[in-house]
Design a protein around this ligand. Structure first.
Ligand code: 13P
Length: 287
């Protein structure tokens, strides 16, 4: 059964570790992440962007796949199925389809509009027992064609949104999606500390987990980050392993062209990446 992310994130905040959100793209991705979370006895959040939602033939298909897989694989750790960077309309679609958690990313609206729309969704999610993530200060980089400028959030605005009753809050602190450029200035810990102080117990979310050095991840967790999103790193690991398989000519040996064989090394590479992240985030054994 899918669960809200509320309890797992409140436990993470109190216990000074973070739960990973790993974005899914297809059956192989979902299976790799669920099996690794189970192996490590870690709670886990499966992230679905609106683009990935379309790719996987709609939110209902995804709910069916994930619920079926939890049963079929005998997954016992808490699993939240979460809309990543949702629009207002997208959030409603996911709620209707049976997601257990949604993000409404109103960071590109003026703060008044972000507050108004987030307020509406707080009510709906509370009625249905779902967790809701809000965002202040757009995350930089490009994700599914959405380009953010890498803003640094205003701690006052973070408090205004946190006080609406959301479950967790994503705040821009110089983090970006995708690979970090060589001249990246790093995370803005001063702002993170100021936000943490303002929002108290509210779990904070760090987007753009790919390529953030380990020491910065640990410091961010110590300053109140309880959910860390990782997407690109699994994609890079999958692509590199699949490239290696093809370049070694393994698809030409025996039945190496069978997709169950052709994609197997890529799946193992995703599992290895998820294992490393769960260890780094400290959520192993916390399920
Ligand atoms: P990366 O692709 O940089 O890991 O970011 C993922 C993310 O933040 C999803 O919301």
């Amino acid at each position: 059964m899918l669960v809200s992310a509320k309890e797992m994130l409140e436990k993470a905040k109190a216990g000074h570790y973070a739960v990973g959100q790993f974005n899914i793209n297809n059956l192989e991705w979902t299976k790799a992440i669920l099996l690794t979370a189970e192996e490590m006895k870690s709670p886990v959040i499966l992230g679905v962007s609106e683009g990935a939602g379309k790719y996987m033939c709609g939110y209902k298909t995804i709910v069916g796949m994930v619920e079926g897989m939890i049963e079929g694989l005998g997954i016992t750790v808490p699993v939240a199925l979460h809309l990543d960077h949702g629009s207002y309309e997208g959030a409603y679609k996911c709620i209707e389809a049976g997601f257990s958690s949604v993000m409404f990313d109103g960071s590109h609206y003026p703060i008044e509009e972000n507050i108004a729309k987030t307020t509406e969704l707080v009510k709906v999610c509370a009625q249905k027992g779902l967790s809701l993530e809000a965002e202040v200060g757009a995350i930089g980089g490009e994700e599914d064609g959405v380009i953010g400028g890498g803003e640094v959030a205003d701690p006052e605005e973070c408090k205004m949104i946190a006080d609406l009753g959301v479950t967790m809050l994503a705040a821009g602190i110089g983090n970006i999606h995708g690979k970090y450029p060589a001249n990246w200035a790093g995370l803005n810990f001063e702002t993170l500390a100021a936000i943490s102080e303002k929002v108290g117990k509210m779990p904070l979310v760090l987007h753009g987990g790919t390529g953030i050095p380990e020491d910065m991840i640990k410091k961010a967790i110590s300053l109140g980050v309880s959910k860390i999103n990782v997407n690109t790193e699994c994609q890079l690991a999958f692509a590199a392993a699949t490239r290696k398989y093809i370049e070694a000519g393994k698809d030409l040996e025996g039945k190496g062209f069978d997709p169950r064989k052709l994609l197997a090394d890529g799946v193992k590479a995703i599992q290895e990446t998820v294992r490393e992240k769960i260890t780094l985030f400290g959520s192993a054994g916390k399920a």
